[in-house]
Write a protein that binds this ligand. Structure first.
Ligand SMILES: Nc1ncnc2c1ncn2[C@@H]1O[C@H](COP(=O)(O)OP(=O)(O)OP(=O)(O)O)[C@@H](O)[C@H]1O
Length: 617
């Protein structure tokens, strides 16, 4: 019976045994799904990252059972690139380290030990540069675990393994996580810390590796298997039945048989069973774990998903800003009227531009600052006029902003400043999608998407009569509120990196690093002027700085009130505690039990604090 190739592939991909078929020169002809999983070629498709390399400023998290083993021969000196420079750390030590790549200014967080006992807790749990990071070795499950903002990246080990996760300094996204098959992909810790590149993972992992162009030894690291295979191909052995090999650091039970064509050896096929855990158990366990993970990370995996890299210039990765991005992404798919609210400098205009770009980037985007138009010119600026409409009018007439924005977006910034008589006209445009130029009785039809923004409380303006209620409801179709920077401090580090990069390009000066003290000063400030104030502060600091490092004295903060009001220790602790609770509520998606467990407090203390700080839950 002759199978068509794709049917054969379907069959072998659905059986619970790994199959690798090679020709007599070790060229790979077929590797089924099971074998790819067991060898670490296929990785959990829910997690992914692009290819790249670690760049200066990226946050590196390492969990290594034995320095120098299964990590590419890492040496304690190699750790200097993440600012871990400790003579007490020796080869074979166990290490957990969090540091900034190639930034000698910011202190790392790490712990190490010699002869870690079989069952003992070795863990770091921290809030570093705004990221919730938990890293530990689970000696019972034999698993090295790194959790970043609630998302778990773990890797099983047999004897030891060097696990590494990298957070991108610009986007705040996970840029790299270690996974099975890293030896084949040449992604051990040492090579990565030396600045070598890594491949993409996820749906398109190994997209760049065409298995059919590889030799077996390029995807399977195991000298014993390769030499047994040669014995079989040379017909010195007829077959091998159920022999244990360690393939890519994972134990596997393998059999090898020859394949003959006209009585000549044409190749061999290897069957393998992942022997690190019974496969079925692993499958069930993974299904349960992934369900649990989904429930835990509900807010990330279900509520706030949008394609990665959708936003080019709107930076931030905190739970609060992810919610904003999610809403903006949703809004961009429809021609809805959007109103963006938030304090001055939070990025309302920036977000409006992104919504427009995602929706219809090649059409016009007309930005109108309603607070800068004199009242008597409002109507002509917005709607235009026909020739001779009034004294001083251009004979040819003039198009208004609405007409200029036709087929695209009009962004009405500071919409609360629109005078009353124009509010009626705006309402008319919103309802009828047409307007009248001054001096014309002929309506102009338009096809425009309206995005408005304000830092006022428009509801209050409605109550005190300065904003029309009907217009308020017409505008308030899809509201997006951007939280102030002080409520999302985890965005500050990546915002700083973006701003420094943009500023050094703009001023054509070399990239400047922040000293640890300077970074702390920025992280501990309340930013009343939000991102705009952060930009101004960094621009001033860059101008003042003669060297390549920004020190606290280059950073001038204007918030006189918060600097002069010296808080008591009790006040400071209260503020920190309130913030921790608010962060946890968002991070654990209002799940009481998870919040209580992760903050390590009792139920009664949780309720007492919620009440004391008047936190809405
Ligand atoms: N999330 C962000 N990512 C990158 N840059 C940002 C972000 N938010 C704000 N900015 C930058 O901060 C500055 C202020 O942002 P923007 O003008 O959009 O704020 P705004 O809320 O519209 O302020 P206002 O209410 O005063 O008009 C801009 O230079 C903008 O590029």
């Amino acid at each position: 019976m002759i199978f068509e190739n794709h049917l054969f592939e379907q069959i072998i991909n659905n059986i619970d045994v790994g199959i690798i078929y090679i020709d007599k020169n070790h060229n790979i002809k077929q590797v089924n799904q099971y074998a790819q999983e067991a060898l670490g070629i296929i990785i959990d498709p829910h997690k992914s990252h692009l290819g790249g390399k670690i760049n200066p400023g990226d946050i590196v998290v390492i969990v290594d059972n034995h320095i120098g083993n299964d990590d590419g021969g890492l040496t304690p000196e190699d750790l200097k690139v993440i600012n871990i420079n400790d003579k007490d750390i020796k080869t074979n030590d166990t290490l957990i380290g969090i540091g900034i790549f190639k930034n000698a200014e910011i202190k790392p967080i790490y712990k190490h030990c010699r002869n870690l006992g079989a069952v003992c807790e070795f863990k770091i749990k921290t809030n570093h540069l705004g990221f919730h990071i938990e890293a530990y070795i689970d000696s019972i499950e034999k698993e090295n675990v790194i959790i970043v903002n609630g998302i778990k990246y773990s890797i099983k080990f047999f004897n030891s393994i060097g696990h590494i996760v990298v957070i991108d300094k610009i986007s705040g996204n996970i840029k790299f996580f270690q996974a099975k098959g890293y030896t084949v992909r040449k992604e051990n810790i040492r090579r990565l810390l030396q600045g070598n590149t890594f491949l993409p993972k996820g749906d398109k992992s190994f997209g760049s590796i065409n298995l059919h162009e590889k030799k077996l030894e390029e995807i399977v690291e195991c000298d014993a298997l390769i030499s047994d295979l040669d014995l079989i191909l040379q017909e010195k052995l007829s077959s091998i039945q159920n022999k244990f090999y360690e393939l890519n650091q994972r134990p596997a039970l393998c059999s090898i048989h020859t394949i003959k064509n006209n009585h000549e050896v044409a190749g061999a096929f290897i069957t393998l069973n992942d022997a690190s855990e019974p496969y079925k158990m692993l499958k069930n366990r993974n299904a349960i774990l992934s369900e649990l993970e989904k429930i835990q990370n509900n807010y990330i995996t279900q509520n706030y998903t949008f394609p990665p890299n959708s936003f080019q210039d709107f930076v931030g990765n905190s739970a609060k800003i992810n919610e904003v991005k999610y809403l903006a992404y949703k809004a961009s798919s429809f021609k809805l009227t959007v109103i963006i609210t938030g304090e001055s400098g939070t990025g309302k205009s920036q977000l409006a531009r992104e919504i427009h770009r995602l929706y219809k980037g090649d059409s016009p985007f007309i930005e109108v600052n309603c607070s800068s138009i004199p009242h008597n010119l409002f109507e002509s600026e917005l709607f235009g006029y026909v020739g001779g409409a009034f004294t001083g009018a251009l004979p040819s007439g003039k198009d208004g902003y609405f007409q200029m924005a036709n087929s695209g977006t009009i962004f009405l910034d500071e919409v609360g400043e629109i005078p009353n008589e124009i509010q009626v006209k705006l309402l008319h445009v919103l309802q009828n999608r047409k307007f009248y130029k001054i001096g014309s009785s002929k309506p102009t039809n338009i096809d425009v998407r309206i995005i408005a923004a304000t830092n006022m409380d428009l509801r209050k303006e409605v109550q005190n009569g300065s904003f029309r209620e009907d217009l308020y409801y017409r505008l308030n179709v899809f509201p997006i509120k951007i939280p102030p920077l002080r409520e999302r401090t985890s965005d500050i580090y990546i915002l700083i990196n973006n701003i420094l990069k943009n500023l050094s390009n703009f001023h054509n000066i070399s990239y400047k690093q922040l000293s640890g003290e300077a970074l702390n000063k920025l992280l501990n400030y309340s930013w009343p002027g939000n991102v705009r104030e952060l930009e101004n502060t960094l621009e001033r600091a860059m101008t003042l700085c003669e060297t390549n490092i920004l020190y606290p004295e280059h950073i001038y903060l204007e918030d006189i009130t918060s600097q002069n009001n010296i808080l008591t220790l009790k006040n400071m602790l209260d503020i920190a505690e309130k913030r921790a609770l608010e962060d946890a509520i968002i991070q654990y998606n209002h799940n009481k039990n998870l919040i209580i467990k992760n903050l390590n407090i009792s139920k009664s203390s949780f309720y007492e604090k919620i009440k004391r700080y008047n936190i809405k839950f």
